[in-house]
Design a protein around this ligand. Sequence first.
Ligand code: GLV
Length: 326
Amino acid sequence: MDKLPLVLVSHALPEGWLASLEGRCRTMVGPANATALAAELAAHLPEAEGLFSLLTIPVDAALLAAAPRLRVVSNMAVGYDNVDVAACTRRGIPVGNTPGVLTDATADLAFALLLAAARRLPEASADARAGRWTTWEPAGWLGADLTDATLGIVGMGKIGYAVARRGHAFGLRIVYTDPGTHDAAEREFGATRVPFDALLSTSDFVSLHCPLTAATRGLIDEAALRRMKPSAILVNTARGPVVDQEALYHALSEGWIAAAALDVTTPEPLPAGHPLYDLPNCLIAPHIGSATHGTRRRMAELACANLLAGLSGERLPHCVNPAVYG
Ligand code: GLV
């Protein structure tokens, strides 16, 4: 049994989610609420051959240096900006992620945020609970119409495309930015690829679906926010640092845009007392894009499949650095 490779699993997961690892490797599992790789796991990095990480664990040069036998990093997320992929590639370590299985859940959440912000649901619900619902007010809690409005999608990958499908069904016109043309979105939803500035100035809703990279960090900065319509709503289910949060605070409090709905922030968790929480036009969720029972389980299963492939020296089903295969 001792011959089986050691895998560090950064966080405890619900019963059965790691079932496929049984008998294939030895696991050491960190606490469910860990905010960094637990010290008792880090102590075993020198022997670890596999790492099963969540997006909250920085897989950086220091961690890699402490793990000379590491042969695979499996990140249970579609995003992998927490992993120093270049350093892994230099070491020949494949890095796995979990695309596809979370597309619909994340698109659903993006759309839920869009609708909630458009119809001011958090404010309306809080007012009802607080006794401020005194009559049917003709001009009370007025929100934005979706029909014939324009949805700007930044990043027409799998999730952007799934959001476009939802937007099209709600009668929204779709414009998008992406490094390439997305033929299916253009054909099926009449989506139009436009320059970034044009997307900002013409969209009633701007929904972010790009990965966090050097090029997208701070993409929605003061200049971008000032280009948006005063009636526009920004939805972010991608990564917090894509938005310059200080500029966003000014945009929301000074009326450059109408509202924002954020599933991701900088930092995460956004600390209690952060000024954004005080703004009635800012809806904040605790990074729950993929948080459905089925989706999170499928993400864990896919991360296990990546991990086991890496331990057996096979190609990962979803590898973000295929350069390791030469
Ligand atoms: C969640 O944010 C993910 O990248 O899977």
